[in-house]
Write a protein that binds this ligand. Structure first.
Ligand code: PLP
Ligand code: TYF
Length: 399
């Protein structure tokens, strides 16, 4: 049957782990996939997650199906986390929200909803570069994918003028994907002032903002601060939609906990949108898994556990910030002539080193240091034990 099926390429990010596993170097380093590691380089389960799980087990809960839109205590709390407890649309009952299969599922349900209902839906604009999966997710949702300028390779910073010019040049009413914080892969976010100008340009064009928030809390260590752009857009009268992931900020990667929400103009509109989201979800996976959502719900709804979790998010963010500083320091100590200040000015899980494809290939072949070919390294994979060897490796390749 399947002889005509062509061999496909591996995922650009998840494929790195395959190459890493095959390498027998005892001090090999994997900075490919964005997954948090502790300072021993081990996967980390948050103590608040362990406690929440114990509480759930003690409650002897049943395993009945959740509704189509998931665990209500979870989605309610997820909306508060993102939009803020004083958010007007939230208080007015006009945000439609559904639990999703993590952030990817949120983007995919969002893409499908927009494809079906956004007036004259055609293209969604994503930044250049963007998370590798964005294009595939939106193409598979039936949308056309276009790009706007974002990264300036000369400054290893934001191409703010290019971004703004591209937004202004889009056809009226375009759909625009925005990384809410900790842009993946560059780690470069607009400043608050720049967000204000972006909001103005989006309003002027009558464009529709789709926020992808996969790292709330991970950028600054403060979940409110990281929600600045989303909340500012709301205050300015935008009615965005939002993909949320709890993979990173709760370390629930494999549990697949996320949410998709849309701000509507009235409770009546919300009810209609809700009904159509259910119609989309039903034939895809019927209803989402409950365990991870119950963990997130406990953490978000139990005040003591919530406080503990916020502390743990901050600890993770702070360890990453420390590793950035250590990497830069070690490169400078080795006598590198390059300016590495972007390593500490970028935020979130990734550093965009500015290294090119061939340099990244040599880093893997000659130093057993693995990361994506675009020069992105997952800072979460750096430890006080491997940072020196990492700096030496980068110095060996680029000086
Ligand atoms: N969006 C961005 C920008 C990401 O980096 C990721 C990966 O973590 C996701 C969405 C979705 O990830 P997940 O499906 O694991 O929540
Ligand atoms: O960018 C990353 O590394 C994370 C994890 O298909 C990830 O967002 C990578 C690839 C993928 C799914 C998740």
């Amino acid at each position: 049957f399947w002889t005509q099926v062509p061999q496909g390429p591996p995922d650009a990010i998840l494929g790195i782990t395959e190459a890493f596993k095959k390498d027998s170097h005892p001090q090999k380093i994997n900075l490919g996939v964005g997954a948090y590691r502790d300072d021993m380089g081990k996967p980390y389960v948050l103590p608040s997650v362990r406690t929440a799980e114990q509480k759930i087990v003690q409650e002897n809960m049943d395993k009945e199906y959740a509704g189509i839109t998931g665990v209500p205590d979870f989605t309610k709390a997820a909306a508060v986390l993102a939009y803020g407890k004083d958010s007007a649309p939230l208080k007015e009952g006009r945000i439609a929200i559904t639990q999703t299969i993590s952030g990817t599922g949120a983007l995919r349900i969002g893409g499908a909803f927009l494809q079906r209902f956004y007036p004259n839906a055609k293209a969604i604009y994503i930044p250049t570069p963007s998370w590798a999966n964005h294009k595939a997710v939106f193409l598979d949702s039936g949308l056309e994918v276009k790009q706007y300028k974002y990264y300036n390779k000369d400054t290893i910073g934001l191409d703010f003028d290019g971004m703004l010019a591209d937004i202004k040049a889009m056809p009226k009413g375009s759909m625009v994907l925005l990384h809410a914080c900790a842009h993946n892969p560059t780690g470069i976010d607009p400043t608050e002032e720049q967000w204000k100008a972006i909001s103005d340009a989006m309003k002027e064009g009558g464009h529709f903002p789709f926020f992808d928030m996969a790292y709330q809390g991970f950028a600054s260590g403060d979940t409110d601060k990281d929600a600045f752009a989303l909340r500012y857009f709301l205050k300015e009268g935008h009615q965005p939609c939002l993909a949320q992931s709890f993979a990173k900020n709760m370390g629930l990667y494999g549990e697949r906990v996320g949410a998709f929400s849309i701000v509507t103009s009235s409770p009546e509109e919300k009810a209609k949108v809700d009904s159509q989201i259910k119609i989309l979800v039903r034939p895809l996976y019927s209803n989402p898994p409950v365990h991870g959502a119950r963990i997130a719900s406990k953490i978000l709804n139990d005040p003591a556990l919530n406080k503990q979790w916020l502390g743990e998010v901050k600890e993770m963010a702070d360890r990453i910030i420390t590793m950035r500083a250590l990497l830069k320091e070690n490169l400078e100590k080795l006598g590198s002539k390059r300016d590495w200040s972007h390593i500490t000015s970028q935020i979130g899980m990734f550093a965009y080193t500015g290294l090119g494809k061939q340099e990244m290939e040599r880093l893997a072949q000659e130093c057993s240091v693995y990361a994506t070919k675009d020069g992105r390294i997952s800072v979460a994979g750096i430890t006080s034990g491997n940072v020196e060897r990492l700096a030496q490796s980068i110095f060996k390749i680029v000086g």
